[in-house]
Structure formats: structure tokens, C-alpha cells
Design a protein around this ligand. Structure first.
Ligand SMILES: Nc1ncnc2c1ncn2[C@@H]1O[C@H](COP(=O)(O)OP(=O)(O)OP(=O)(O)O)[C@@H](O)[C@H]1O
Length: 362
């Protein structure tokens, strides 16, 4: 039985679209990341899934229970934890009072252990809490009854980087315990780290549903290579090469001098033992064989090949340049390669600047 199953789930607030025709299944034991820009419909989906607001149309079942059926919902909630984006606590009571209250409602099998990891000042009034302490208290409250499914709305917001890391490590350990975790996020690094699959919403619609590994494969590899000599850009250009850039020339000692049959070559090696080298970077979306054959044509001094940042994929879905969702969807589902999508981004974004561009990496 899936942990979460929605069918054409739609929620309008009057005339305002919250989310429309959202159909997705999250399997039991899965860690699912739910991503999208501001106002995309993430909170709407989460609140509807938890029965906190009624859908306009469509269906939603959580742990097998229909969320529009009050009695079923009561059953489901015993096994669900919820971490809201902005926990609306009664500010006049202490953290400990809240803890006791939640324990009386749903039970408490592990708050002690959780409080060793997450350390809100329990004896102070919640109204005096910092944002991070509020979030830590909310984490403890969401997990203390050891639910099978935990739904979290931007759970790391407000946490400092160290606590974010601890929280992500905690999610990993929860996954190992077989829990199902569904969380919304803007932070691509954390999604890449802990999620099995991601759904991306935009303008109230699901525009992508994919496992993280496939997304990374589709986004290609970033190749950074330094070769002896000064070949031109054309030396690396090709249909599977995107965002090709010369990222610098330098002199190095004792490189091979025998590199002179390609590109513009300006070899000082014979005179002073140093050889000009040129560094190129590009995103590569073809097979490894052709790449290796191409590289063998050069005297390679240094080489790194790594996954392209997820940021690049997400920028396409987030549509910073106003791409139409349908077009994006078509790219993704019909070609299964990043080639055409990367081509649409052109060469105007510098590799390595992606994380800073999106503010995405924690
Ligand atoms: N209670 C509400 N009344 C009216 N419109 C709402 C309400 N809640 C959300 N919306 C609208 O629904 C759309 C989706 O909002 P939602 O809060 O679900 O987005 P989100 O993806 O969670 O955004 P963020 O990342 O900023 O939290 C937005 O246009 C928002 O203005």
C-alpha cells in the first residue's frame, strides 16, 4: 500500500489556484522531496494531504485512509507526523508544556532521544524562542510518537548549517528505520542528499516526477580538463557539449611538447621547460566512449568529471527565463537526455556558479 496516493487532486481558494490535477504516489519507505518556487502549491498540497483543508476535487489517500473522511483521518493521524512551515504554537506556554500536551494527544515514545539531537530550551516560553529553536521543537513534536509517515513543510528553514546537517543525517537514519518521509524544500542540496525521488510543482501543477539519480543523469556531467598547448574552443565542441568555455591558460613545468597538431598552438616548451596549458569546462551529455576518445587526442594534464549540479535542472523547471511548463515537460519526458534542455540554457551561465545563482545549496 502506498504511503501517499493522490488522484487529480485540485484545490482552489475561490478563484485562486492552489494546486491542480496533482497525481502522485509515494511508496512506503520512500523519501520524497517536493520542490517548487514560491507560490507553486507545495503548502497547499501538504495541508490538503493532511486533511487540514478540503480538496476542491480529486482524491487523496494517506496510509490507505481517505483524507476527506473525518473518521479515517483520525485513524491516519495517529501514524502521521507533521512539521508545518511556520509552527503556530501558543507562545505563552513553555516548550515542555507543549511537549506534554502533544504526548497526551498522540503518545511519546522517543522525545528523550530526539531532545539529545535537537535542543530547544524546554523551560522557556515558546514566544521567546529563536526561529531555530521553534523549528527544533517542531521537529521533536513531529517525530516523538514515532509515526510511520512524516510530512514536512520546508523542515530545515530556520536551522543553522550544523543543525541542518544533523537533521538531514537524522532523516537518513529514519529512512533506514523504514519510515516514509515527504518534505517540501527549496534547497536542492538537501534534496539531492536524502531523497529517493522528487516531484517538482510549478504554478500549481506537477511538472516533473523523477528519481534523483535519473535527474542527475539527465543533467549530464561537468567536465573540466586542462590540456597542454592552446587549442581553440572548437577542439571540444560537438553536439553533446554544452556551455563550453575556456576557463584559463597557464604555464606548467615539463609538459609534453608533442602536442602540436591541433588548434592554435603557442608552445614555449622548447625554450624554458614550461608548456602552455589551456583549461576547458563544459557540460557533457553523450556517452563516455566518445568523450574518452576525444580526450585522448590531447595531452591531458588534469581532468575532473562530476555530476552536473541539480541546480541546472531545477532552473529549467523553475523557469527563471519564463519557459513554458509544457515545453519543459516535453523535454523531460520525450528525450530522456539533458542535451536539448541544456541547449536551451545556452552558454550564459557559468558552471560552478549554479549553487550561488539559485541560492539552493545548503
Ligand atoms: N489560504 C489561502 N487563501 C488564498 N490563496 C492561497 C491560500 N493559501 C495559498 N494560496 C495561494 O495558492 C497558491 C499556492 O500557494 P502555496 O502556499 O501552496 O505555495 P508554496 O509552494 O507552498 O509557496 P512557498 O514556497 O512560498 O511557501 C499561491 O498562489 C497562494 O497565493
Amino acid at each position: 500500500m502506498p504511503a501517499i496516493e493522490t488522484g487529480k487532486l485540485t484545490k482552489y481558494y475561490g478563484d485562486t489556484l492552489g494546486v491542480e490535477d496533482l497525481s502522485l504516489t509515494v511508496e512506503s519507505g520512500e523519501v520524497f522531496g517536493f520542490l517548487g518556487p514560491n507560490g507553486a502549491g507545495k503548502t497547499t498540497t501538504i495541508r490538503t494531504l493532511l486533511g487540514l483543508q478540503a480538496p476542491t476535487s480529486g482524491t487523496a489517500r494517506v496510509l490507505g485512509h481517505d483524507v476527506t473522511d473525518e473518521r479515517e483521518l483520525i485513524e491516519a493521524r495517529k501514524r502521521i507526523g507533521y512539521l508545518p512551515s511556520d509552527p503556530g504554537f501558543d507562545d505563552s506556554v513553555t516548550g515542555r508544556r507543549l511537549l506534554d500536551y502533544y504526548a497526551s494527544l498522540r503518545g511519546d515514545t522517543r522525545s528523550e532521544e530526539l531532545l539529545e539531537r535537537f535542543t530547544p530550551p524546554l523551560d522557556r516560553k515558546v514566544g521567546e524562542y529563536s526561529r531555530g529553536n521553534r523549528q527544533m521543537l517542531a521537529i521533536v513534536l513531529a517525530f516523538m510518537h514515532d509515526p510511520d509517515l512524516v510530512v514536512m513543510d520546508e523542515p530545515t528553514s530556520g536551522l543553522d548549517p550544523l543543525k541542518q546537517e544533523q537533521f538531514l543525517a537524522f532523516l537518513e537514519s529514519e529512512r533506514e528505520r523504514g519510515k516514509t518521509l515527504f518534505f517540501s524544500s527549496h534547497i536542492l542540496g538537501e534534496v539531492q542528499k536524502v531523497c529517493d525521488r522528487v516531484g517538482i510543482v510549478r504554478d500549481g501543477r506537477l511538472v516533473e516526477l523523477e528519481d534523483v539519480r535519473t535527474l542527475l543523469d539527465r543533467s549530464g556531467k561537468v567536465v573540466r580538463v586542462r590540456v597542454a598547448g592552446t587549442p581553440t574552443l572548437g577542439a571540444f565542441d560537438g553536439p553533446d557539449v554544452h556551455d563550453l568555455q575556456v576557463s584559463g591558460t597557464a604555464e606548467s613545468d615539463g609538459g609534453s611538447e608533442d602536442t602540436g597538431d591541433y588548434g592554435d598552438h603557442d608552445d614555449h616548451g622548447d625554450q624554458d621547460g614550461a608548456t602552455d596549458t589551456t583549461a576547458f569546462s563544459f557540460t557533457y551529455t553523450g556517452g563516455f566512449g566518445p568523450l574518452l576518445r576525444r580526450l585522448l587526442e590531447f595531452d591531458v594534464q588534469d581532468l575532473t568529471v562530476e555530476d552536473a549540479p541539480l541546480e541546472d535542472v531545477f532552473m529549467r523547471f523553475y523557469g527563471a527565463s519564463g519557459d513554458a511548463p509544457a515545453e519543459i515537460s516535453g523535454d523531460a519526458s520525450t528525450t530522456g537526455t539533458p542535451a536539448d534542455a541544456t541547449a536551451t540554457t545556452g552558454g550564459d551561465r557559468t558552471r560552478g556558479g549554479g549553487a550561488a545563482d539559485t541560492g539552493g545549496d545548503a
